[in-house]
Ligand binder design. Structure first.
Ligand code: CA
Length: 387
């Protein structure tokens, strides 16, 4: 039926232009194939080849929206894990910790950091028993990408959070799907086991890991450390990615969202509280009974603090384009080859329906072909072909 509709459409279009066409002309079908430049990575001379845009940090230079930023409404006090306290203030360039610092040039000699609004680190009941923090960072690509990793680098002196989740959207933020969880209490906070085995039957299932399990500093986080989520790690079909529709779908995202739920585990918060108490006592010679709970709370005021948010991946073109460009509406789209079309080269161009659309692989570029239609039209006109 699909073919018939297109054949009819094509015939009508050709009928308008064919009345004066000479009969018995001989036309080489190759003249219908667009000429490709030698340097086009999607072709080896005339032969179509799988091609793909460069691997990039898809977060770099993009706006990341933060639900909470330290010092947004003027000077605010926050404290690092070592107990030293500082001031943040969005209006003071030396104390500015805006979200722009998440996706700028990453230079270890000159780190820039985003910080959330301060929150108590030492409240052992803090977390899902009460209200989760829900500090959110959202990154939109404006186009489907295929992601290899999501990497979060924490600022020197900051704590690696105890509980957080990475979500993805593949429909521009309409719906969200969990990508990965981290927590010292996977079952309690996220209802998931930290011992989940990924097999070929559940390759699209997110895992929950206790990334702080091996921390030895008595705190829940490692200072200045990184969390790197590798999208294909431990997924059995990763070596057959070209032919695994499930994993191709799993790594596809238009947006990434990170939600920080809890800064410290209850155990680490308790240990920190005890340590702070003893340090304050020894330095001030105060007795425990004269310390107000507020002074402890203030000294234990921490922030989520990240110096870099990077996302490794490629603009998704299904093997049919070597780059993405902005269209006339300013939207990012693939520069499709192999007679494909769509923002992700996810369909065949009109009249190129000799066979169903398919993603390109190393073995087969799966170029869309329209010879059936062209031959049909020429036959109707009485024109022989040279193919
Ligand atoms: Ca930075």
């Amino acid at each position: 039926m699909y073919r018939i509709v297109f054949i009819c459409g094509f015939l009508l279009a050709v009928a308008k232009t064919s009345s004066s066409a000479a009969h018995n002309n001989r036309i080489n079908l190759r003249s219908f194939i667009p000429q490709q430049l030698q340097i086009d990575p999607c072709y080896d001379e005339d032969r179509p080849m799988r091609c793909m845009p460069d691997f990039v940090n898809a977060a770099f230079g993009r706006t990341i929206e933060a639900s909470s930023t330290c010092g947004m409404n003027g000077p605010e006090k926050y404290c690092d894990a070592d107990g030293k306290c500082h001031i943040c203030n969005i209006n003071d360039s030396s104390k500015n910790f805006s979200a722009a610092a998440l996706s700028d040039i990453h230079n270890m000699q000159n780190l820039t950091c985003w910080r959330s609004e301060p929150r108590p680190m030492t409240n052992t009941n803090f977390g899902f028993d009460n209200t989760p923090d829900n500090v959110t960072l959202t990154l939109s690509f404006g186009k489907k990408f295929e992601l290899t990793y999501v990497s979060l680098l924490f600022c020197p002196g900051a704590i690696k959070p105890d509980s957080m989740a990475i979500y993805k959207s593949a429909d521009y933020g309409k719906t969200w799907q969990p990508f990965q969880f981290y927590s010292s209490q996977c079952k309690k906070l996220y209802g998931r086991t930290s011992k989940l085995q990924i097999t070929k039957r559940n390759e699209q299932e997110p895992r929950c890991l206790d990334h702080n399990r091996f921390a030895t500093d008595g705190m829940s986080g490692i200072q200045g450390s990184r969390i790197a989520f590798s999208t294909l790690e431990g997924r059995p079909s990763a070596n057959e990615f070209d032919t695994s529709a499930i994993l191709q779908d799993w790594v596809t995202a238009t947006d990434i969202r990170v939600i920080f739920h809890r800064l410290q585990s209850p155990l680490a918060a308790q240990q920190m509280k005890a340590r702070m108490k003893s340090e304050i006592i020894s330095s001030s010679k105060e007795t425990a009974s004269t310390l107000s709970p507020n002074s402890l709370l203030s000294a234990g005021t921490g922030t989520y603090a990240l110096s870099d948010f990077s996302v490794g991946g490629r603009c998704k073109c299904n093997g049919h384009a070597s780059r993405c460009i902005k269209n006339t509406d300013g939207l990012l789209e693939c520069e499709c080859k192999h007679n494909t079309a769509g923002r992700d080269c996810e369909k065949c161009k009109p009249f190129y329906f000799d066979r169903p659309w398919a993603r390109a692989t190393v073995q087969n570029a799966n170029e869309c072909k329209g010879e059936f239609y062209f031959k049909l039209i020429l036959t109707i006109q009485g024109i022989d072909t040279l193919d």
